[in-house]
Design a protein around this ligand. Sequence first.
Ligand SMILES: Nc1ncnc2c1ncn2[C@@H]1O[C@H](COP(=O)(O)OP(=O)(O)O)[C@@H](O)[C@H]1O
Ligand SMILES: [Mg+2]
Length: 260
Amino acid sequence: MADTPLIELIDIKKQFGPVIALNGVSVSVLPGECHCLLGDNGAGKSTFIKTMAGVHKPTTGEIRMNGQKVDFANPRDAMNAGVATVYQDLAMIPLMSVTRNFWMGREPRKGVWPFQFLDMDRANQVTLEEMRRMGISLREPDQAVGTLSGGERQTVAIARAVYFGAKVLILDEPTSALGVRQTANVLATIDRVRKTGNGIVFITHNVRHAMAVGDRFTVLNRGKTLGTAKRGELKPEELQDMMVGGAEMAELSSSLGGTV
Ligand SMILES: Nc1ncnc2c1ncn2[C@@H]1O[C@H](COP(=O)(O)OP(=O)(O)O)[C@@H](O)[C@H]1O
Ligand SMILES: [Mg+2]
């Protein structure tokens, strides 16, 4: 991992009227790093990634990319700078083919205007190739995306973002709706993307999923963070405790017979 972060968010505060959603949160993502952002519901995770992705402007604080201060006026700015978000709904059309979902109107064309048409052979070929690089062999690229498993659809969304230039990939709870095997596939995809030098922000409230691929971990708790830990610095139980506010959870857990 190189030293200059791909992206840095420094001392970010975000206020919605009287609600302080983020109160001084700093996170950086290095090339080739998977930075896990953990936190319970309402902790501020979505607000944080939307700030990173140009949806929200921070009330105060600074964003830098490759060491240079940036100001994202909108999500398009962030995309152009290489920050892509894969949201939970994945922005896919189930009845359309994998290829069509992969390209989403950006299909390669052939011919000379006004006699241009979509080059579907090339579109299919690139889609197959990019999916293969992510460890998924499609039977046919024109099968409907809705026939893929949840984990495979997640991988289509990730492969698409990377192909179209993402350097920092924000994944919003990519494993929360998946079974064990599908989760393993998505974690393997994250590992592949990281190895190509891209940075990943992996949002989850599942400590085991985070531990499986994370290089660093930042826990949000009611808009604040206690800082960032490196892999190996914290045990899973410690991360879990930070997430839900230690003492509170210990009490709740013991009242349920230690099963939470
Ligand atoms: N657009 C908004 N307007 C007002 N309050 C908001 C808005 N977005 C988020 N919040 C508040 O900010 C806090 C953090 O929310 P959120 O970032 O969605 O948390 P998480 O994604 O971790 O569940 C919550 O108290 C939420 O109600
Ligand atoms: Mg959220």
